[in-house]
Design a protein around this ligand. Structure first.
Ligand SMILES: [Fe+2]
Ligand SMILES: [Fe+2]
Length: 282
């Protein structure tokens, strides 16, 4: 099967519409970031992003297609002109490696988030995959605009959840905010907490529904972080465990292996390669 056929089959397997709008191939983020897709696919690696080590490992495994969820060249849209013009050394070395290995990198972001088949409908492939890898699939309640995923579980603590995440996601550590021994029954994976964002709907929801544990993607110190710190200093059962954006979404790319054969309509040797842990600590 050609790499281009693998990619098209995965696109067709996914729901392919985003908030009711069909994904437009002209504007989607899901572009071929590197390489010529009109070649036979020798193997597939899934990952969160095509780091230098992921590229090396993919080649070692005999793969020539990397399916990555995030961009590869450190900027929105993976634009390369500025890197060519400035002769960026890291870019040139990374490009040389990809060329030497005949690697194709395809970004699968919008399609996997648009949904993979689930109980006669579709569910976000990244966040459902995360729940499966963590062993939380029975606890999933909803997915909506103020939360990528909402779960209700038997009473636990942030400390226990943290241990589980470190084990299942293979992490070196977690950023912890609030009371690590709080009583937790409601967990929200809340998306990015970024500068300039209207935080009111999220804080209102956490307060109203008494959500105990927040797992964010990106996380700044302003807004939510301060709110959780104050809430827990007032004795409320509230905490944040921040693994980091890429660490949190990466299990969704690991889970992709479970349905890849169905998606491509055949069997190609495939592996998950963890790009991180994004962080080490000292
Ligand atoms: Fe992301
Ligand atoms: Fe994502």
């Amino acid at each position: 099967m050609l790499v281009s056929e693998v990619i098209n089959n995965i696109k067709n397997y996914c729901q392919g519409s985003w908030m009711g709008m069909k994904i437009d191939d002209a504007t989607t983020r899901d572009k071929i970031l590197f390489g010529d897709p009109e070649v036979e696919c020798t193997g597939i690696v899934t990952t969160i992003y095509a780091s230098v080590d992921v590229i090396r490992k993919a080649h070692e495994l005999g793969a020539n297609l990397i399916i990555a969820h995030e961009a590869m060249l450190w900027n929105r849209g993976d634009k390369r002109d500025w890197l060519e013009e400035s002769h960026n050394e890291t870019y040139l070395a990374k490009k040389k490696l990809l060329e030497e290995y005949g690697m194709v990198v395809w970004r699968c972001h919008d399609y996997i988030h648009s949904g993979i088949p689930y109980r006669g409908g579709y569910i976000d492939g990244i966040f459902y995959g995360l729940a499966k890898v963590t062993g939380w699939d029975d606890a999933v309640i909803t997915s909506d605009l103020t939360g990528a995923l909402y779960l209700e579980c038997q009473q636990t603590t942030p400390r226990e959840v943290g241990k589980l995440l470190m084990e299942k996601w293979n992490l070196n550590g977690l950023k912890c905010i609030g009371n690590m021994d709080a009583k937790v029954t409601k967990i929200l994976i809340c998306g990015h907490i970024q500068e300039g964002q209207d935080i009111k709907p999220l804080i209102e929801r956490i307060d109203r529904e008494n959500i105990n544990l927040i797992l964010p993607l990106e996380l700044i110190d302003f807004t939510l972080t301060e709110y959780i710190k104050d809430s827990s200093q007032l004795g409320q059962d509230k905490a944040i465990l921040a693994a980091g954006h890429f660490n949190l979404e990466e299990p969704g790319m690991k889970y992709m292996l479970e349905y890849l054969d169905d998606a491509i309509g055949g069997h190609i040797d495939a592996h998950f390669v963890q790009a991180g842990d994004m962080y080490t600590y000292m």
